[in-house]
Design a binder for this molecule. Structure first.
Ligand SMILES: Cc1cc2nc3c(=O)[nH]c(=O)nc-3n(C[C@H](O)[C@H](O)[C@H](O)COP(=O)(O)OP(=O)(O)OC[C@H]3O[C@@H](n4cnc5c(N)ncnc54)[C@H](O)[C@@H]3O)c2cc1C
Length: 402
C-alpha cells in the first residue's frame, strides 16, 4: 500500500534522444534539420528565456556575407543564403525574413590591401560573387563615400546583405515544433554524467531530464554550460553596442548602399529609413561586465567621428535608439567550434561563432543533424572546426571578424 502511494507521487524522468540546450538560431536549426532529414527519435530544446529577447540571435544585425578568410565560413554562409533564397518552398508562402541584398563593402587602407586581396581570392575560389574596387571605381559606385586614405574595397555583387534574425530563428523553431520537437522552458544548471557519458541535465527547478545526445547550443552561455560537465570551452560573452541613427541628409544612393566596414572597424548599414552602426572595442577596451547597459560615450568618441569623416552626409545625425548584445566569442580563434567531444562522445558542440553565427546557424544546425544521424558530415566538411583544436592549441583564425 505504502509503495503504491509513493510510486504514484513520483513523476517518471523525461527522456529525449536528442536534447538541445538553447533555442536560438543554432538550437532551432539543429532541431529543424534533424526533423527535415527524418530523424525518428525524440527531440527537445531546453531554453531559459522563451521570449528570446536576451539571446544573441535576436540582438544580431542579421548580416550575411561571403567575405571571410576561412573556406568553411564561406560555405556555411552560402548554405544560409540558399535557405533564404528558398524560404517559401521550405516554410510556406508567408515565410519572409525581409532579406535586403545590398552587399557588404569592406574597405582597406594601403597596408590592409594585401590581406583584402588575399581574402578576395579565397572567396572567389569558394564561390563568392565579390569584386575588388580601387580608387575611381569606388568613388563612381558609391558617390557618398570619401575615398581619401583608402586603397580599395571588396564589394559583394550578390548574395550578401541582411535580414530580420528573429524571424529566421522563429521560422526554424516553429517548423521544428510543428514536426514534434518539444520546447521546455527552464535553465540548465547541471549536467549529469556517468563516467564519460552524459546521461542528462538538471534544471534550476530541480527537474532532471535524461538524454541520449546533448547538443550545446547555448550561445554566449556555451562555456558556462560545458563547465557544468567539467569541460573547458573557451566561449563566453563579449559585450557589443549597436546604435540606430537618423540621417536627414541621406539620399536614395546611401539608403540603397551596402553594409560598409571602414579600415578602423567602424561599420554602418541602412535599416529601414534609418541606419545602424557599431564597432568591436579593441582588446584593452573590452567591457568586463556583461549587463545590458549602453555606452553612449563609445558612440560619441569612437564611432561618430569615423562615420562623419567617411560619409559627409553623416555629419548631422541623431541616435534614436540603441541596443546591447553579447557575442558568443571564441577566445581561441574567433571561429565556430562544431563537433563531438573526443571523450564525452554524446556531447556535440555548436558554439563560438564570434559574431557570424546568425548567417551560419542553418548550416551549423544541418551539420549537427548529420553528426547525430550519420556520424559524419555530408554537406560541408567541418572537421577543421573540431573541439580537439582547443586542446592542441591549434587556432584556425578567421581574419574577417566584424
Ligand atoms: C550585436 C550583435 C550583432 C551581430 N551581428 C551578426 C550578423 O550581422 N551576422 C551574423 O551572422 N551574426 C551576428 N551576430 C552573431 C550571432 O547573433 C550569433 O553568433 C548567433 O545568434 C548565435 O546563435 P546561438 O543560437 O548560438 O545563440 P543565442 O541566440 O544566444 O541562443 C542561445 C540560447 O541559449 C540559451 N541558454 C544559454 N544558457 C542556457 C542554460 N544554461 N539553460 C537554458 N538555456 C540557456 C539562451 O537563453 C539563448 O536563448 C551578432 C551578435 C551580436 C550580439
Amino acid at each position: 500500500m505504502w509503495q503504491a502511494a509513493s510510486l504514484g507521487n513520483v513523476r517518471p524522468m523525461k527522456r529525449f534522444d536528442v536534447l538541445i540546450v538553447g533555442g536560438g538560431i543554432i538550437g532551432s536549426a539543429t532541431a529543424w534539420y534533424l526533423k527535415k532529414h527524418g530523424f525518428a527519435g525524440s527531440i527537445a530544446i531546453v531554453e531559459k528565456d522563451t521570449s528570446y529577447q536576451f539571446g544573441c540571435t535576436g540582438r544580431s544585425a542579421g548580416g550575411i556575407r561571403q567575405q571571410f578568410s576561412t573556406p568553411e565560413n564561406i560555405a556555411l554562409s552560402m548554405f544560409g543564403l540558399k535557405l533564404v533564397r528558398n524560404l517559401k518552398q521550405e516554410f510556406g508562402p508567408d515565410a519572409d525574413v525581409g532579406f535586403r541584398e545590398q552587399g557588404y563593402l569592406i574597405l582597406a587602407s594601403e597596408s590592409g590591401m594585401p590581406i583584402l586581396e588575399e581574402n578576395h581570392a579565397v572567396q572567389v575560389a569558394n564561390g563568392g560573387d565579390n569584386v575588388i574596387l580601387k580608387g575611381n571605381e569606388l568613388a563612381a559606385r558609391f558617390p557618398w563615400l570619401v575615398t581619401d586614405g583608402l586603397a580599395g574595397g571588396c564589394f559583394g555583387l550578390s548574395g550578401e546583405g541582411w535580414m530580420d534574425p528573429y524571424s529566421m530563428m522563429s521560422l526554424l523553431r516553429k517548423a521544428a515544433v510543428a514536426k514534434g520537437v518539444e520546447v521546455i522552458t527552464g535553465e540548465v544548471t547541471g549536467i549529469l554524467k556517468l563516467g564519460n557519458a552524459i546521461t542528462g541535465i538538471s534544471l534550476a527547478s530541480g527537474e532532471e531530464i535524461s538524454c541520449g545526445t546533448l547538443v550545446n547550443a547555448a550561445g554566449a552561455g556555451a562555456g558556462a554550460l560545458a563547465a557544468m560537465a567539467g569541460i573547458d570551452l573557451p566561449v563566453g560573452p563579449r559585450k557589443r553596442f549597436v546604435y540606430v541613427f537618423d540621417c536627414p541628409a541621406a539620399d536614395e544612393a546611401l539608403h540603397k548602399g551596402p553594409l560598409t566596414v571602414q579600415p578602423n572597424g567602424v561599420w554602418f548599414r541602412p535599416e529601414g529609413r534609418n541606419f545602424i552602426c557599431g564597432l568591436s572595442p579593441e582588446e584593452h577596451e573590452e567591457p568586463t561586465v556583461f549587463d545590458w547597459e549602453m555606452d553612449h560615450d563609445f558612440f560619441d568618441e569612437k564611432i561618430w567621428p569615423a562615420l562623419a569623416e567617411r560619409v559627409p552626409k553623416f555629419e548631422a545625425i541623431k541616435v534614436i535608439s540603441s541596443w546591447v548584445g553579447h557575442y558568443d566569442y571564441n577566445a581561441l580563434d574567433q571561429n565556430a567550434i562544431i563537433g563531438r567531444h573526443p571523450q564525452v562522445t554524446n556531447l556535440i558542440f555548436a558554439n563560438g561563432f564570434s559574431g557570424h553565427g546568425f548567417q551560419q546557424g542553418p548550416a551549423a544546425g544541418n551539420a549537427v543533424a548529420e553528426l547525430v544521424m550519420h556520424g559524419a558530415y555530408r554537406t560541408i566538411d567541418l572537421t577543421r572546426f573540431c573541439y580537439e583544436r582547443i586542446g592542441r592549441n591549434e587556432p584556425l583564425f578567421e581574419k574577417n571578424v566584424i
